[in-house]
Design a protein around this ligand. Structure first.
Ligand SMILES: [Zn+2]
Length: 196
């Protein structure tokens, strides 16, 4: 790991994120090539922003009876590595050295089970709606930091790695803006996002 990565990361935890450890992870397979970033969107209840429900879900502390929607997801154990609030605030739940449970059944760049070798980032939002500039700004610093520490070669949405099953982050996510901000080669992005 480079000196810069050393300064940014400690055991897979990013220095500029608020840590809130989740139990929803396991070890990565031996020799996992952590070369994929997966972007998601989430809000609880869907479309309502600013509460603590996502952090509660990712740490198995959500009150399933607090809202009718929560009954539909009762008992699920999930967490991304990161969560970016509407105001750009960044939280981390799982060390990037570990395998967070964010993608489920999935396949990308010829490999299935993307949880094995990806870093998952949830954006506070809703499929079809747009995202805030502050969230893109956070991604513009977080993604290069991930690439400093892990051999990042691909970035995709949940909708790309689990087509037909997942729709997040959705059509409201501006892939072109992200690509411009990161300055990463188009080959790192899903082909479908390059026409946007
Ligand atoms: Zn997702």
């Amino acid at each position: 790991m480079s000196d810069l990565a050393d300064a940014l990361w400690h055991s897979g935890w990013y220095r500029f994120a608020r840590p809130l450890p989740s139990p929803n992870f396991g070890p990565r397979p031996a020799g996992a090539q952590i070369d994929l970033i997966v972007l998601h969107s989430i809000s609880l209840p869907p479309g309502q922003y600013g509460g603590d429900e996502v952090q509660q879900l990712f740490t198995n502390r959500l009150d399933w009876e607090a809202h009718p929607y929560f009954e539909k997801i009762r008992g699920i154990e999930v967490s991304a590595h990161f969560y970016v609030r509407r105001n750009g605030e960044l939280w981390q739940f799982v060390s990037c050295d570990d395998r967070a449970w964010h993608a489920g059944a999935s396949s990308w760049r010829g490999r299935s089970n993307c949880n094995d070798d990806s870093v998952g980032i949830e954006l506070e939002g809703l499929e079809g709606e747009t995202f805030e500039n502050a969230q893109y700004e956070t991604l513009a610093s977080l993604c290069p930091a991930i690439a400093q520490a892990y051999p990042t070669a691909f970035i995709a949405g949940h909708e790309h790695i689990a087509p037909g099953r997942k729709q997040d982050p959705g059509a409201g996510f501006d892939w072109r803006l992200l690509r411009e901000q990161l300055g990463w080669d188009g080959a790192m992005f899903p082909a479908a996002t390059l026409d946007a």
